[in-house]
Design a protein around this ligand. Sequence first.
Ligand code: RP5
Length: 163
Amino acid sequence: MEQPWVSVIMGSTSDWPTMQKTCEVLAELEIPYEKKVVSAHRTPDEMFRFAEGAEERGIRVVVAGAGGAAHLPGMVASKTTLPVIGVPIKSATLNGVDSLLSIVQMPGGVPVATVSIGKAGAINAGLLAAEMLGIQDPEVRERLRTRREAIRQSVMENGELDE
Ligand code: RP5
């Protein structure tokens, strides 16, 4: 199997419909990734093992999705100097504002790059991971440029509003 560059982790299988969007973007940009459930609350020892071993396994960026009291991205970030992108899952009770605040409010010293709540955030997490990898990989940069151009074209062709 191809060495994954990005590890997409999530606190629960219930996060998958959101985190799938990150994986779709990575697949589209031909970036090798792995995906797994790692829970800060339910599998804390496995979470630490994951975070401590990620760099040695060749992972370059971690995308972590979590909902509610969403400790996963911050806890993983505390055990690695790989960049960690946090995706706040849209929770049922507070619409993901709980997840957002839990992830974004890291104290100075241990960063988590936090994207927006839900599927838009998950898409942007995949793109942000690709942009990080693109710093050193011209092919990834080119694929990102092509994707942006397709978005521009789509707006140019379909953006006229009817009278
Ligand atoms: C978090 O608790 C997960 O990230 C998930 O968003 C939330 C609810 O998990 P389940 O009860 O659906 O497994 O740890």
